[in-house]
Design a protein around this ligand. Structure first.
Ligand SMILES: Cc1cc2nc3c(=O)[nH]c(=O)nc-3n(C[C@H](O)[C@H](O)[C@H](O)COP(=O)(O)O)c2cc1C
Length: 220
């Protein structure tokens, strides 16, 4: 697939087929993503691929914590408010989602359901966690974001699908304990990975983007 097409057609997928992905194909995603640029080539990223029983064990741990109403303790705090422009984009997404899927994240029941689906990695056969040393600066967060995008594009180019998930870092300490990640690391992002179930209505909505005139100027 052409690079430009790959960037434009990648999207988050939330329903996967039950087919597992060969380990070598999953590892190839990491192999490709490691070519991402980083501040002074510091390469501030670490990754774990989860499959089979280990993935099930982690999902159970997360769902049990949710059912127990355990308070969240992510390493990166979830935003509590947004500036006007970004807030409008989020509200647009929420309204579209409500209109097309009936999912309204405004009610506690729906939030519980959404979190549960996230904690089950949308029943994808694999998950990938990205983390880095907790002493790294904000620039390294930028770098691991680039790594995440490379990984998602590589997956898409190879016919695989992903969804990046902040939700699955909600219980950072428990995730790190389950995966054997030292407490000195910060958990950045989890991603579900598998083959897309393209015909599922869950995957029907293609998110929109602002026109470039809304956020861009050309000066000369
Ligand atoms: C840092 C980050 C965190 C996200 N967290 C979640 C999440 O917890 N659950 C989820 O279903 N989607 C999550 N998403 C996916 C976004 O909702 C999605 O990228 C956005 O709506 C744009 O849609 P697209 O990826 O299909 O282009 C996250 C995306 C990013 C970049």
């Amino acid at each position: 697939m052409d690079t430009l097409e790959c960037i434009k057609t990648r999207r988050s997928i939330r329903k996967f087929t039950t087919d597992t992905v060969p380990r070598k194909d999953l590892e190839e995603l990491i192999e490709i993503a490691r070519w991402s640029p980083s501040y002074k080539n510091s390469q501030p990223w670490e990754a774990i691929i989860l499959s089979g029983e280990k993935k099930k064990e982690l999902s159970k741990t997360l769902v049990d914590l949710l059912k127990d109403n355990k308070e969240n303790s992510p390493d990166l705090a979830a935003p509590t408010s947004w500036p006007e422009k970004e807030d409008a984009n989020i509200k647009h997404l929420m309204a579209k989602r409500l209109e097309l899927t009936g999912i309204d994240l405004g009610t506690p029941e729906m939030i519980f359901k959404a979190k549960k689906a996230n904690f089950n990695f949308y029943f994808a056969p694999h998950a990938i966690y990205l983390f880095q040393d907790a002493s790294l600066s904000e620039w390294s967060l930028f770098d691991i974001g680039l790594f995440a995008q490379s990984l998602m594009l590589a997956a898409h180019a190879k016919g695989l699908a992903t969804v990046p998930q902040a939700f699955v870092t909600d219980y950072a300490n428990e995730v790190k304990e389950c995966l054997g990640i030292p407490a000195s690391k910060r958990l950045i992002l989890g991603l579900s990975v598998g083959y897309p179930d393209i015909d599922s209505p869950v995957n029907a909505y293609r998110t929109e983007r602002q026109d470039i005139g809304e956020f861009y100027k050309y000066l000369e």
